[in-house]
Design a protein. Sequence first.
Length: 205
Amino acid sequence: MTNQPRTNTFKNDVEIVSKNTVFQGYFRMDEYRLHFKLFEGGWSDEVIREVFKRGQVAAVLPYDPLLKKVVLLEQFRIGAIKDERSPWLLEIVAGVLQEEETPIELAHRESREEAGLEVQELIPIYNYWVSPGGCSERVALFCAKVDASKAGGVHGLADENEDIKVHVFDVEEAFEMVRNGMINNALGIISLQWLELNQDKIFRS
């Protein structure tokens, strides 16, 4: 055994027996049958796993360093239908990549579509897997410099049934909403905690 993590060897360490689409609706579910190498040697038995196919996402926390304000979005989320407070969540800008689109291009496009804002500058925060135990979704997370004085109103694409209300908050108020659970989704929590640690180091010019 080695103390080093297993990296860049997946092509040799995973054997895919079969892959089949078991559901195709608004989202897709694929079933994999596979073997993978064990840390102590040898191979696993055949493992069956369903994977929720979500793909690459880009998400943006719009931040105005001059006014010390962040722009957050409020919209209905079916996954939070049983939330004890409300299925209307306070979130940041986010969307799924279209074919041949880059995360940076998506960050600009979704900022316009969902918040009516033009991004002046982007800072990468993290690239991370959302829930790799059963979902393929990966997020490219950014902080964007914007003019929050231009933010407001209701946005979104009618053909996607989007109904998105734009809110502007002082950064300290947003940080407190993370602490008290008002902001209760991963993208919002991660990006705002990052901003709380880094706000004095970014967008100085």
